[in-house]
Write a protein that binds this ligand. Structure first.
Ligand SMILES: C[S@@+](CC[C@H](N)C(=O)[O-])C[C@H]1O[C@@H](n2cnc3c(N)ncnc32)[C@H](O)[C@@H]1O
Length: 173
């Protein structure tokens, strides 16, 4: 199955409008691979039917499923070193600035299935547990996809996934 150029353009436009995510022309095959399970699951006759339906059902659960399928929810514990190194470096400054209230809120925007906020919690516990002992810490986690948020709320991860992501010093404990 294939998507026609107008269909691809519609889907790409929908994704950009609803999420801000941009996919390029080379991703047509990926789109088909991701949408076919929805076609099968909903027992629709074709991909065309799926696209026709979402075109007339803005904001519907079906549109939501399609948007979810088109997005990449890739994540892992301590994915990308730099943001975590930066967070570790700037925490003391925030602690100084908020010493009067002893409250700190960290927002994991686009948190996917939760590995990022849990990594932040691990980092704080590992490096700042004394400094933040009497503090109220909130790690707020949001994502446009309810599917990934539900998984993050469960907080269940495979051992392999955890070990792969953890920084070296934690593994050597
Ligand atoms: C590649 S993941 C990033 C995951 C995590 N931040 C990390 O680095 O491990 C991208 C996530 O962004 C979410 N997302 C995409 N557009 C969004 C938007 N406009 N608002 C909130 N979340 C969005 C997706 O649902 C997906 O779970």
């Amino acid at each position: 199955m294939q998507v026609s150029p107008p269909q691809f353009s519609y889907l790409r436009g929908l994704l950009k409008k609803k999420t801000g995510v941009i996919i390029d022309d080379s991703k047509q095959y990926l789109l088909v691979a991701r949408l076919l399970p929805i076609v099968r699951q909903r027992k629709l006759p074709s991909l065309d039917t799926l696209i026709d339906r979402i075109q007339t059902a803005s904001g519907s659960p079906l549109e939501n499923d399609v948007l979810n399928a088109m997005m990449t929810h890739e994540t892992s514990f301590f994915r990308d070193k730099t943001p975590f190194e930066t967070l570790k470096r700037i925490i003391p400054e925030f602690v100084r600035k908020r010493a009067a209230t002893k409250q700190l809120t960290i927002w994991s925007a686009a948190c996917s299935t939760g590995q990022e906020p849990y990594s932040i919690a691990i980092l704080l516990n590992e490096h700042f547990s004394d400094l933040l002992a009497s503090w109220k810490i909130r790690i707020v986690s949001t994502d446009i996809s309810n599917v990934v948020l539900d998984r993050g709320r469960e907080g269940i991860y495979s051992e392999l996934e955890i070990v792969r992501g953890l920084p070296q010093p934690l593994l050597n404990k």
